[in-house]
Design a protein around this ligand. Structure first.
Ligand code: IPD
Ligand code: CA
Ligand code: CA
Length: 266
C-alpha cells in the first residue's frame, strides 16, 4: 500500500524528477571539492536548478497556487489559501561536503494547515510521504513513531544554532541539559530528515529553535500521521515563517518540553 491521491502523486512525481538532477549534481561534488574554488557556487546553482524543476512541475498542475520557496521567495503571493512549501535541498552543508544526508522537501498547505508532504533522500532513495488522515509511509511501508516512554531512554536529534543567531547561549545550554538527561543527542544537519527519522521511529524526538517553515513543513504532517506530536513552542506571531519546533513520538513529549522550557544559565 502507498498513498496515491492526486496531490501526493503530483508532489512525488515532482520530487523524483528533481531528484534525478540533484543526484547528478551530487556526483559532481567530489570533483569540485579538490578545486581551489570549492563547490560553494556550484551548490547554489544545484539548489536553484532543483527548485526550478519543482516549481515548474507544481505550477504546470496548479498555475494559481501560491509557492513558498527557500531560494525564490514567494510565488503567487496573493493565494495564501492553497500553497506549496518547498526546500529544494535541506541539508546543504552535508551536500556540500559529500555527506549523503540531505533531502528534497515539499509540502502542501491549505487554509494554514499542512495537508500533505514528501521528503526524499535522493541518495538512499528513501521517500517519506504522508497525507492528513491517511497515514505516513516510507516508500511502500506504513511507518509509526517509536514507543519509548522516557527521555532518559530516548535518542534525540536537534540542529542549529546558525552562526548569526542571537540566542546561541540559550540553544547550547538547552543542548547540554537535554544531552545530560537523554540517552543521546544527534545533529545530522537536515531538519527534514530529522523529522522523517522521528516519524519512522529511528529517533524519539527532535527539537530546534529558529527554524524556517520550509525546513519542517513536510515533516510536520509526516510526524503527525505516524502518530507523533508537533508543538510550536514560544511561537512568534510576528514572524510566521520562523518557528521553534518540538516533534516527538508523543509519549516523551511533556517530559522533553519541560527540559526545553527550563530557565537557562546566562
Ligand atoms: C538547514 C538544515 C539544518 C538546520 C538549519 C537549516 P538548509 O537547512 O535543515 O538541519 O539546522 O537550521 O537551515 O540550509 O540545509 O536548507
Ligand atoms: Ca532547509
Ligand atoms: Ca535548503
Amino acid at each position: 500500500m502507498r498513498l496515491n491521491s492526486p496531490k501526493i502523486n503530483l508532489i512525488t512525481k515532482a520530487c523524483l524528477k528533481a531528484s534525478r538532477s540533484l543526484i547528478r549534481d551530487f556526483g559532481e561534488i567530489e570533483n569540485l571539492q579538490v578545486t581551489t574554488k570549492g563547490p560553494g557556487d556550484f551548490v547554489t546553482s544545484a539548489d536553484k536548478r532543483t527548485e526550478k524543476i519543482l516549481i515548474n512541475e507544481l505550477l504546470k498542475a496548479h498555475p494559481d497556487y501560491g509557492i513558498v520557496t527557500e531560494e525564490s521567495g514567494v510565488i503567487n503571493e496573493s493565494n495564501k489559501k492553497q500553497r506549496w512549501i518547498i526546500d529544494p535541498i535541506d541539508g546543504t552543508f552535508n551536500f556540500l561536503n559529500g555527506v549523503p544526508q540531505f533531502a528534497i522537501s515539499v509540502a502542501y498547505e491549505e487554509n494554514n494547515e499542512i495537508l500533505c508532504g514528501v521528503i526524499l533522500n535522493p541518495v538512499t532513495n528513501e521517500m517519506y510521504c504522508a497525507e492528513k488522515g491517511n497515514g505516513a509511509y516510507l516508500n511502500n511501508s506504513r511507518i509509526r513513531v517509536s514507543k519509548k516512554k522516557k527521555v532518559k531512554d530516548s535518542l534525540l536529534v536537534t540542529g542549529g544554532p546558525k552562526q548569526t543567531s542571537k540566542i546561541k547561549k540559550q540553544i547550547f545550554s538547552e543542548y547540554i541539559e537535554i544531552s545530560n538527561k537523554s540517552s543521546n543527542v544527534r545533529k545530522f544537519g537536515s531538519a527534514a530528515l530529522d523529522m522523517a527519522f522521528v516519524a519512522c521511529g529511528r529517533f524519539d524526538g527532535y527539537w530546534q529553535r529558529e527554524i524556517n517553515i520550509w525546513d519542517i513543513a513536510a515533516g510536520v504532517v509526516i510526524v503527525k500521521e505516524a502518530g507523533g506530536f508537533i508543538d510550536y513552542f514560544e511561537d512568534d506571531t510576528e514572524f510566521p515563517l520562523k518557528k521553534n519546533i518540538l516533534a516527538t513520538n508523543s509519549s516523551i513529549h511533556d517530559e522533553l518540553k519541560v527540559l526545553i522550557s527550563k530557565k537557562v544559565i546566562e
